[in-house]
Design a protein around this ligand. Structure first.
Ligand SMILES: [Zn+2]
Length: 64
């Protein structure tokens, strides 16, 4: 099973990058890398963002 999360579904207004992972942890780890590289997050600010919006992130995750 592969989990995927589209940046736009996660709340970004323009970015349509899709992140993948075998588990939710792996997906969030990949999303963190993308967030740091592309959206200017730091480890800390991304962690805060995830903590604040975890339910929203979970709803945006697709499985295939
Ligand atoms: Zn993005």
């Amino acid at each position: 099973m592969t989990l995927s999360l589209n940046c736009k579904d996660a709340g970004d207004p323009v970015c349509t990058h899709t992140m993948y992972g075998e588990t939710e942890e792996e997906l969030i780890e990949n999303a963190k890398k993308h967030g740091i590289e592309v959206h200017g997050y730091t480890e800390e600010s991304f962690k805060e963002e995830i903590a604040k919006n975890l339910e929203h992130f979970r709803q945006a995750i697709k499985t295939s």
